[in-house]
Ligand binder design. Structure first.
Ligand code: B12
Length: 261
């Protein structure tokens, strides 16, 4: 069953797959998996290699590549869920790639219901690096994850024996806002406004200024680049424009001569 599932996932064009037992998954902040899916036994974790555009100095090119990739992760999750249910006969629930997130409890801000990094580590797909991201042995940090929770008992993969992170700290130095300086912690208040400059904080700030402005100032604001970015984010959705920490990782870089695989 396990091999058939692996072959099916890789046949979809997913770059790698790992399996973890639910008992092996441990996140310091997210709720127990059992509270999300009573009877859950295994996680099927899918790894998707980032496009080269994540290394581009152009934020719109980098973001567009990520948006394409996220769309593919959703279609792959849908197919794997249907395969687990329809072919293997198990229950299956897909974990979102990033969003939607539950914003109703302010204490859980920035904490997903399933931590995909901890799921990836538990399924042997990588290990935490200096940037608090998971480093895959072949793709380095240029990889994102999704996961399917299932009540099937699947033989798990082994944890990685060696951490692919070389400790070079290039990721820490590449961060333009110093969000990675404290070991083992990402400073969300520094990373978020820089990686999502047109997100909810910028949107709220724009409208707060707008309501306090004169009619003349409002006309200027409605034609400003700031408004256009806010407007665009409203229909495109969450937009990451910074990829520096993952692009700086020298492990598994895709260019000839620098690749590890
Ligand atoms: C909210 C969120 C954010 C927030 C908060 C980040 C954070 N500290 O959690 C913000 C907006 C800042 C963010 C930024 C980014 N994110 Co983000 N994010 C998420 C999301 C949706 C939830 C994360 C979560 O639940 N965090 C809460 C808990 C688990 O985190 P924590 O308490 O800080 O836990 C830390 C400790 O436990 C510590 N830790 C535990 N064990 C060990 C062991 C060692 C040795 C070390 C050093 C640390 C360590 O590391 C954990 C992570 O910091 C996930 C998707 C998901 N569902 O998991 C994506 C996710 C983590 N993001 C991802 C990415 C790629 C990014 C960005 C590069 C932005 C971008 N352009 O895509 C940056 C990178 C910032 C960084 N270097 O940390 C990827 C990571 C892929 C990977 N290879 O690891 C994920 C998994 C999305 C995905 N589908 O793949 N993100």
């Amino acid at each position: 069953m396990r091999e058939a599932l692996r072959d099916y996932v890789l046949g979809l064009g997913v770059d790698d797959v790992g399996i973890a037992s639910a008992g092996e998954y441990a996140s310091p902040a997210s709720p127990p998996l059992e509270s999300l899916f009573p009877g859950v036994r295994s996680l099927v974790v899918l790894a998707f290699r980032e496009y080269s555009s994540c290394e581009s100095p152009s934020p719109s090119l980098a973001m567009s590549g990520r948006l394409d990739l996220m769309e593919f992760t959703r279609s792959a999750s849908r197919r794997v869920t249907a395969y687990v249910e329809g072919v293997l006969g198990g229950g299956a629930m897909a974990v979102p790639v990033s969003y939607p997130m539950d914003f109703t409890d302010p204490k859980k801000l920035g904490i997903a219901e399933v931590s995909l990094r901890h799921a990836a580590v538990a399924s042997g797909l990588g290990a935490f690096g200096s940037h608090n991201l998971v480093v895959h042995p072949r793709f380095g940090t240029q990889v994102i994850f999704t996961a399917i929770l299932t009540d099937l008992e699947l033989e798990p993969d082994r944890l990685l024996e060696e951490n692919p992170c070389t400790g070079c700290e290039k990721c820490v130095k590449a961060c333009p806002v110093g969000a990675l300086e404290e070991k083992g912690k990402t400073d969300l208040r520094k990373c978020l406004p820089n990686s999502q400059p047109h997100g909810s904080m910028a949107n709220a700030a724009f409208w707060a200024r707008f309501v306090d402005s004169t009619p003349e100032e409002r006309k200027t604001m409605a034609r400003s680049p700031e408004y256009l970015s806010t407007y665009q984010a409203g229909f495109i959705g969450f937009q990451y424009v910074c990829f520096r920490c993952l692009a700086a990782c020298p492990v598994g870089t895709r260019r000839a001569g620098k690749r590890l695989e």
